[in-house]
Design a protein around this ligand. Structure first.
Ligand code: PHE
Length: 375
């Protein structure tokens, strides 16, 4: 009842006496300290810390400043006690401010702790280059037809690149303008002579070159037959080099897949069946290929194999093929009366391009990940 009547009364403004009660002043100081400590403790950002600093420790309008001014309103006898309590409160609030600053600073610079329940960040994996994918797939496909994989060197001797393949010494395929010949052992690869006598190149001074970058993987046919008796059923995949002018379908380096099958009774029908089956397996059932009569010194008869290019408007050469020439078989010690064989050499880039609808061979060598990522 008492309270009710008290609150019903209009609250009087605080007694404007010339002196203040010490007990009330100390109690107010306690409330101020508790509120200030709480404010600094709960400030989560440096902005919140700064706002609390201005609120409590601000030089002009801070609450502590107001509490300090209150000293004057106390009786002189009370001032000492109040002053001591005030200094302690001020020290405590300043310490709380420092602690809060350190806390929000650390939170801003240190990473949040490890949350093992979050999904992991998957490292981005690369993948095989489309040409490598093509090569791997060809190895797989021909493996199912019973072909093993053979390898040969990219730096080849002229014997394996030409002589053993029945290519006569004066054949145009040997033209230095169509091949990358290497200077003979011990000869400088660059002519030492000044530009005026350029014609006297390392080649002409050291006699006919014996080493070159292979211009075809047919070299591996010879190497395989030299190293084993028939029957043979191998493919060889690798780089070949020709000084061609680079354009959308040509490059000075490209990849070939060579195939060789030698056994009793191997015929042209086997060759055509294997290539057709291969083309349908790799490029799809609807692919069209055709065989055109041609000439290679190391096969007789010889054909060129074409495939219908993207859009079906033109034929593009996949490579060459034919029945291994008896001269080649004889030169590696095989008996052409006993065994026969077929061979083929196809360009891997063009197979890859036809398969994926790529229209420019240069895209395969630029290593632009935006392109490569699509395969
Ligand atoms: N080596 C030939 C070329 O690069 C292709 C070929 C291989 C032809 C095997 C016949 C037999 O053009």
């Amino acid at each position: 009842m008492m309270q009710q009547s008290a609150s019903a009364r209009k609250p009087k403004p605080p007694e404007m006496s010339s002196t203040d009660s010490l007990a009330v002043a100390l109690a107010d100081l306690d409330v101020l300290l508790a509120a200030g400590l709480n404010a600094f403790k709960s400030a989560a950002t440096s902005e919140a810390v700064e706002a609390s600093r201005i609120d409590y420790l601000g030089q002009k309008q801070g609450r502590l400043r107001a509490a300090q001014d209150r000293l004057k309103s106390l009786e002189p006898a009370s001032r000492r006690a109040y002053g001591q309590q005030f200094n302690a409160a001020k020290a405590a609030l300043e310490a709380a401010l420092d602690a809060a600053r350190v806390r929000v600073e650390r939170r801003a610079t240190t990473p949040i702790g490890l949350d093992v329940t979050l999904p992991g960040i998957r490292p981005r994996l690369g993948h095989r280059h489309p040409l490598t994918q093509t090569a791997d797939e060809l190895i797989d496909l021909f493996g199912r037809f019973g072909f093993a994989v053979a390898r040969g060197p990219e730096v080849e001797d002229v014997h394996h690149n030409f002589d053993a393949l029945n290519i006569p010494p004066n054949h145009f395929a040997r033209d230095p303008l169509d091949n990358f010949y290497l200077a003979a052992d011990g000869e400088p690869s660059q002519p030492e002579a000044p530009a005026t006598s350029r014609s006297e190149s390392a080649l002409s001074r050291s006699g006919p070159p014996t080493a070159m970058l292979r211009s075809q993987t047919s070299t591996v046919q010879i190497r395989v037959m030299e190293s084993q008796p028939p029957p043979v059923r191998v493919i060889a995949i690798g780089r070949v080099y020709r000084p061609d002018t680079v354009d959308a379908t040509h490059s000075f380096m490209f990849h070939q897949i060579e195939g060789l099958m030698v056994d009793r009774g191997v015929t042209m029908a086997h060759l055509k069946s294997v290539l057709r089956l291969f083309a349908e397996s790799y490029l799809g059932r609807e692919v069209k290929i055709r065989f055109r009569p041609s000439f290679f010194p190391f096969t007789e008869p010889s054909v060129e194999v074409d495939m219908l290019w993207h859009g079906g408007e033109r034929w593009v050469e996949m490579g060459g093929a034919g029945m291994v020439d008896p001269n080649v078989l004889r030169s590696v010690g095989y008996d052409p009366e006993d065994v026969t064989g077929f061979a083929f050499g196809l360009g891997i880039e063009r197979l890859c391009m036809r398969r994926h609808g790529i229209d420019d061979i240069r895209l395969l060598y630029q290593n632009d990940v935006r392109f490569l990522r699509q395969f």
